[in-house]
Design a protein around this ligand. Structure first.
Ligand code: NAD
Ligand code: ZN
Length: 257
């Protein structure tokens, strides 16, 4: 892949011409920051299919041992030390050039905001690892406070307000998305002329279907992902090269004026 790759040249032109770009990111944009994805060749679930149960709400509610393991995993999560990479930074450039309508992310790691993306434009449709919420009352707090309790021996720390079950504020399978976040993502998908899907296997719904919503509303779809996705046939272009190399090329012609 080079800057003169015709596919990349075409998409760079589309980015330059676009009035309003909505971006959907997935775990693949953070692998170059050292956070493994789920379904890529080195993905957590590719290597250990049983680990997927950890992300099911029913299992989390009913299995205290699973919760203890979940908290231990949270302690060791690479997000606490990971740094944004060139892919995250390229999306900040897109925003500075006033092209970004919204940055819808399935990621929970907060790296878009660390890179400098406006938190008001980042729609975390699968929640965030940086906060903890109670499954039984409205209590919410920073994850580091709860992890401090885990470190001092509370293997499954209860809610400080009601004694209920705590979980990171991430959306598990079987858990509803926050309706206002989903609504904002749908609006951004309808209201763009270019939809970039980056680093996502596009297998989790309703997130992946945002691409279809955008295309149905008249947008061009571009998929940047190492592996094929079920939405490739809808795409005007697909690029399989590493995200950290590709995204900077796509935005290199934009000025922040
Ligand atoms: P996924 O694991 O299903 O797919 C990631 C895709 O990215 C894969 O198809 C892989 O081939 C591709 N990829 C990985 N690194 C790449 C690179 N450097 N360049 C190009 N392509 C690359 O991820 P998903 O679609 O986001 O779905 C997983 C779910 O898991 C999401 O809902 C997300 O909430 C969660 N998750 C989040 C994180 C995170 O926050 N960083 C990490 C793992 C999982
Ligand atoms: Zn509570």
């Amino acid at each position: 892949m080079t800057g003169t790759d015709p596919q990349i040249e075409a998409v760079t032109r589309w980015v330059g011409q676009a009035r309003s770009i909505t971006v959907l990111t997935g775990a693949g944009i953070s692998t170059e920051s050292g956070i493994p994805d789920f379904r890529g060749p080195d993905g957590l679930w590719t290597r250990n299919p049983g680990a997927a149960r950890m992300f099911e709400l029913d299992a989390y509610r009913s299995d205290p041992q699973l919760r203890e393991t979940a908290w231990r995993n949270r302690l060791a999560h690479p997000a606490w030390t990971a740094q944004p990479n060139a892919g995250h930074r390229a999306l900040v450039e897109l925003e500075r050039a006033h092209r970004l309508r919204a940055l819808v992310t399935q990621n929970i790691d907060g790296l878009h905001q660390v890179a400098g993306s406006d938190p008001g434009l980042v729609l975390e449709i699968h929640g965030t690892i940086h906060e903890v919420e109670c499954l039984d009352c409205p209590w919410r707090g920073p994850t580091q406070g709860t992890l401090a309790r885990v470190r001092t021996g509370e293997t499954d720390p209860p809610c400080p307000r009601c004694g209920g079950l705590l979980k990171t504020a991430t959306i598990s399978f079987g858990q509803a998305l926050r309706p206002e976040v989903l609504a904002a993502a749908l609006e951004a998908a309808r209201d763009c002329d270019l939809f970039l899907a980056v680093g996502t296997s596009m297998t989790v719904q309703p997130a992946a279907s945002l691409a279809r919503v955008a295309v149905d509303a008249g947008a061009r779809l571009v998929v940047v992902n190492a592996e094929p996705t079920p939405y490739d046939a809808l795409a005007a272009a697909r690029i399989g090269s590493p995200i950290g190399a590709v995204l900077p090329l796509l935005v290199r012609g934009l000025s922040a004026a």
